[in-house]
Design a protein around this ligand. Structure first.
Ligand code: NAD
Length: 262
C-alpha cells in the first residue's frame, strides 16, 4: 500500500515476535534493512531469509549487544557505509522482568533501563546525524501500554517505557524544524517470548492449561479479550513512515484492544 523504495531502515530486535513483523512489513514496502538482534544462528538465518522473501532489496544483519556503549555508533556507521544514509529507525528490542519492587534486583533494573531506554537514546542520537544530513527521517519507538499506564511488579519496565514516551516527545520537538518525525507505538499484550513466563505463571496460579491461561491473561487487561497481532504493529510502522504522516510527530499510539481506554 505504501511505497518505501529507496528508503533504508535500522530495526532492532528483529528475531522477536514483534520485530520480525515490523521488518517484514518494511521489507514488503521496499525498504533496505539493517537488522539487529541477539539470537541463535538458525533463527537469524530464518528471519533474514524471510525479510528477503518479503521484498527487501538488501538485508544486513548485525548481532551486537545494544546494551554495550559504542554499539549505536557502530550500527549507524554501518548503515551509512552500506546505504549511504539512514531514513528510518525502529527501536524495538526490549526485555521484561516481573518482580515486586522490594525484591527487584539492581541488575534487572539496570539491564532493563539500559536496553529499553538508554539504547534507544543512543541510537536516536547517532541516527539523527544522518537523518539531518539527508533532511528526512522517521523514528519509531516501540513503547508499550506500560508507557502510558502502570501494572504491579513491572517497576523497571514501566519506568523505562514511560521514559521512552518522554524521549519521543523531546526528540519530536527538537526535530520539528525538519521533515523528521518521532513517534511511539504502545502495544497491549502480544503473544511473544516476552510474556511467555507471565502466561506460564498465570496458568500455574489458576491451575489451568496454557490455552485457557492465555485467554484469561489477556482478558484481565484487554476488553477485546484478544491478543494484539504483530502484523498490525508492522502495518502501523509502515503507515508512520509514509508521507501521509509528515505532520504526525511526538505522538503515542496505543494498539491495545481498549486496555488504556478504561
Ligand atoms: P521478544 O522477546 O520476542 O524479542 C526481543 C528481541 O530483542 C529479540 O530479537 C532479541 O534478540 C532482542 N534483544 C534482547 N536483548 C538484546 C540486546 N541486549 N541487544 C540486542 N538485541 C536484544 O520481545 P517482543 O515481544 O517482540 O518485544 C519487542 C518490543 O515490543 C519490546 O520493546 C517490548 O517491550 C515491546 N512490547 C511487547 C509487548 C508484548 O506483549 N510482547 C507489549 C508491549 C510492548
Amino acid at each position: 500500500m505504501y511505497n518505501l523504495k529507496n528508503k533504508s531502515a535500522l530495526i532492532t530486535g528483529i528475531t522477536g515476535g514483534i520485530g520480525m513483523d515490523i521488518a517484514l512489513s518494511l521489507a514488503s514496502a521496499g525498504c533496505r534493512i539493517l537488522a539487529n538482534a541477539m539470537d541463535t544462528p538458525e533463527k537469524i538465518q530464518r528471519v533474514v531469509s524471510a525479510i528477503y522473501s518479503a521484498g527487501a532489496p538488501e538485508v544486513i544483519f548485525n548481532g551486537d549487544d545494544l546494551t554495550e556503549r559504542g554499539c549505536a555508533e557502530h550500527l549507524t556507521r554501518l548503515a551509512n557505509k552500506q546505504f549511504g544514509k539512514l531514513d528510518i529507525l525502529v527501536n524495538n528490542a526490549g526485555i521484561q522482568h516481573v518482580q515486586p519492587i522490594e525484591t527487584f534486583s539492581e541488575e534487572h533494573w539496570d539491564r532493563i533501563i539500559n536496553l529499553n531506554l538508554s539504547a534507544p537514546f543512543r541510537l536516536i542520537k547517532n541516527s539523527l546525524l544522518l537523518m539531518r544530513q539527508n533532511n528526512w527521517g522517521r523514528i519509531i519507538n516501540i513503547a508499550s501500554v506500560h508507557g502510558l499506564v502502570a501494572s504491579t511488579h513491572k517497576s523497571a519496565y514501566v519506568a523505562a517505557k514511560h521514559g521512552l514516551i518522554g524521549l519521543t516527545k523531546t526528540v519530536a520537538l527538537e526535530t520539528a524544524n525538519q521533515p523528521i518525525t518521532c513517534n511511539a507505538i504502545c502495544p497491549g499484550f502480544v503473544q511473544t517470548a516476552l510474556i511467555q513466563s507471565q502466561i506460564e505463571k498465570h496458568a500455574a496460579e489458576k491451575g489451568v492449561d496454557i490455552e485457557r491461561a492465555k485467554q484469561s491473561f489477556v482478558s484481565q487487561k484487554q476488553p477485546s479479550m484478544t491478543f494484539v497481532s504483530p502484523k498490525d504493529i508492522g502495518a502501523m510502522v509502515v503507515f508512520l513512515c509514509s508521507d501521509s504522516c509528515d505532520q504526525i510527530t511526538g505522538s503515542s499510539f496505543p494498539i491495545d484492544g481498549g486496555w488504556t481506554a478504561q
